[in-house]
Design a protein around this ligand. Structure first.
Ligand SMILES: Nc1ncnc2c1ncn2[C@@H]1O[C@H](COP(=O)(O)OS(=O)(=O)O)[C@@H](OP(=O)(O)O)[C@H]1O
Length: 334
């Protein structure tokens, strides 16, 4: 994603900064931990992305939903987030957060964790939020029993109310097309590259049975994801399938051309092969697969180099630049 990414754990950060009225304001974390992630939570006044100069926020976790955030964000802020199938999210988290989640660490392998996660999981242990219902956690939703259908439905409705749009990681390009449309962004605004990926071959293939087990283990996330997935496809249908296909194809062509122009090797490289520390993605502990990033081609002229570097920069280094990039472009309504 364009510099987003939750592989960066920000548990120790108690404040985050947001841009408004030409200056930075610090927003106090309400006390619980949060992380920049592929999903997140925020209340505020969603759905008014059109027509105003309001900020655009791809939110981090729950604390973005706090009244403190609402105080400093413009009323017409456009809040969006992104979710992923909880089964593949769980596999990714197992690979990435093994060192910090006791439930993952205690399991001798992914297969044994998937076979009986309850054997290794103890609720409340520091780091175990990575091991169960991570989307739910990141959205800051209250802990409810998965069988409590009413409570689950209320929590899901709250997310739907808070976010003008929730994207799907599995359909990242379609998501970018819809986001661009909602915000009247120019095409170049969504020219971006996947970050924090793993080399092909390093991602284990889960069997249908394993996928089902992980979805059952993450039942709250599965309920949330199912709902948001349906909303996403309703929006995509309204956009039009032929139009979507054409825009996605154009986005991919643009990305390929940019990759050839900007990056050494024309694509992602394992982090350790990237000499520039500002472009090297964080590498998780405990011998996981190398996380991929991008190295710039030699000989780029200054302007191009800066543009390429922006797209190559992992979230760890690019988050501080977010505020100045956060603007919508829709003309005001007449
Ligand atoms: N553009 C795009 N399209 C599809 N998939 C993408 C994209 N960008 C990132 N990714 C995948 O997201 C995973 C990394 O996510 P994050 O950077 O958010 O990190 S985290 O897992 O939340 O910590 C990581 O998934 P895994 O490889 O399964 O771990 C990335 O491959």
């Amino acid at each position: 994603m364009w510099g987003d990414g939750g592989h960066w754990d920000m548990e120790d950060i108690r404040r985050w900064r947001t841009w408004r009225d030409g200056g930075y304001k610090e927003v106090e974390d309400t006390g619980r931990r949060w992380r920049i992630s592929r999903d997140g939570g925020s209340r505020g006044q969603p759905g008014k992305g059109r027509g105003g100069p309001g900020a655009v926020e791809a939110t981090p976790g729950v604390t973005a939903a706090s009244p403190q955030v609402q105080k400093v964000m413009p009323n017409d802020s456009f809040y969006f987030s992104i979710v992923r199938d909880p089964a593949t999210l769980a596999e990714s988290a197992f690979a990435y957060y093994r060192a910090v989640a006791p439930a993952f660490r205690r399991a001798p392998s992914l297969a044994s964790f998937v076979a009986s996660p309850g054997r290794f999981y103890q609720p409340g242990l520091r780091g175990n939020h990575y091991a169960r219902n991570l989307l739910w956690f990141d959205f800051g939703l209250p802990p409810v029993a998965p069988g409590d259908r009413r409570a689950v439905a209320e929590a899901v409705a709250e997310v739907e109310r808070a976010f003008a749009m929730v994207l799907l990681a599995e359909h990242f390009d379609e998501s970018l097309v819809l986001l661009r449309e909602a915000l009247c962004w120019p095409e170049e605004a969504v020219a971006s590259f996947p970050h924090n990926g793993r080399p092909r071959g390093a991602v284990p293939r889960l069997s249908p049975g394993q996928l089902a087990r992980l979805r059952a283990w993450n039942a709250l996330d599965w309920a949330l994801y199912g709902h948001l997935n349906r909303s996403f496809w309703r929006r995509a249908a309204a956009f039009g399938s032929a139009r979507m296909a054409a825009e996605v194809a154009r986005l991919r062509r643009r990305r390929e051309a940019l990759a050839r122009r900007c990056f050494r090797g024309g694509g992602p490289l394992p982090g350790p092969a990237i000499a520039d520390g500002r472009l090297r993605p964080f590498q998780p502990a405990r011998g996981g697969a190398a996380i991929l990033g991008y190295a710039l081609k030699a000989g780029l002229e200054a302007g191009e180099r800066e543009a390429c570097a922006r797209m190559a920069t992992p979230e760890l280094h690019s988050v501080p630049q977010f505020p100045r990039l956060s603007y919508g472009f829709c003309p005001p309504p007449i």
